[in-house]
Design a protein around this ligand. Sequence first.
Ligand SMILES: NC(=O)c1ccc[n+]([C@@H]2O[C@H](COP(=O)([O-])OP(=O)(O)OC[C@H]3O[C@@H](n4cnc5c(N)ncnc54)[C@H](O)[C@@H]3O)[C@@H](O)[C@H]2O)c1
Length: 354
Amino acid sequence: MKKYKIGLVGCGRISAKHIEAVKNIEKAELAAVCDIDEERASSVAERSGLANYYLSYDRMLEQEDIDIVNILTPSGMHAEHTIDIVKKYKKHIIVEKPMALRTSDADAMIRTCDLNSVRLFVVKQNRYNLPVRKLRSALENGDFGRLFLGTVRVRWCRDQRYYDMDEWRGTWRYDGGVLANQASHHIDLLEWMLGTPVSVMAKTETFMSNIEVDDTAAAIIKFENGAMGIIEATTATRPHDIEGSVSILGEKGSVVIGGFAVNKMVTWNFNGLSDGARLKILSEFAENPPNVYGFGHIRYIEHVIDCIENNKQALVDGLEGRKSLELINAIYESAETGREVELKFRPKMSRLGN
Ligand SMILES: NC(=O)c1ccc[n+]([C@@H]2O[C@H](COP(=O)([O-])OP(=O)(O)OC[C@H]3O[C@@H](n4cnc5c(N)ncnc54)[C@H](O)[C@@H]3O)[C@@H](O)[C@H]2O)c1
């Protein structure tokens, strides 16, 4: 059995989730880690039982035999690191969310990976949460009938100490506001459930922290299928996290998944469903993780290996990861301009057809 050798670029907060995932996957092996911060690199290497650590990805990739590189650096650096590594070393890439902050950067990442025949995977681990999968299968079965409303809420607590932990946090260049960072998962889920957005109106504010970016955002989206979407996202909740949730309402049923990280089925109501069947689903899908990162990294990286090994289509490749980034950029543009922003060019009078 081939074991896929994984190298981590960045030994910060999220690296623990990747290490835990790799440990739990039979076909994966943690080969090496690097960070420009020596203390972080050495302590992560030590905790993972690695003899070595590296202070640059160039050194790591020159010296180690690695199949997949996980990019866990600050969001605004993902594009530069991905493109450089792919051009020089031609490795498959797992990049943390958001894949980039600018759509032009996302395009350059997708193009570079395609040109160098490597795969690009964007971490959206919440798609693998068991209640989210249950919701998606109900949707694919047509159980909702016509969909009319989807709401996502992120009510998390990120205080000044959180933003002061590292220089990149709370900056436009490297982090983006609550939509680009914390809510990017939930926005991805909303689009996964409701389809293509056609326009958005939004407002953003900075209420509780001294940061360059927003800590609170509200947006209303129109989708191609006629449904409306609502996004409420804040890191200004005090004193604790309340929820990361998604609600989907259709003409024949309603589902709400709550918990801290979209992990707990709260409502499962469909026409004609007995109370017993409804309660069974609620108790079967009641997992709430110990923190907002959730359980999904293991399932996500397992899927990546399956895609590489068996040449399968990825659930969240570069193009799929780009979708929520495009919507997030449109939301920020609406907040900046005070106007409703349309997302895609749609021909109205082209001779080639409408
Ligand atoms: N999927 C999730 O739920 C989830 C959760 C948290 C963070 N993230 C994402 O993960 C990324 C990292 O977040 P974090 O909280 O771990 O940040 P962090 O600041 O704790 O870690 C980032 C690390 O990257 C290192 N780094 C910077 N430049 C480097 C370089 N050239 N080579 C090697 N290392 C370099 C930094 O020194 C730092 O240790 C962000 O994009 C964030 O959005 C995702």
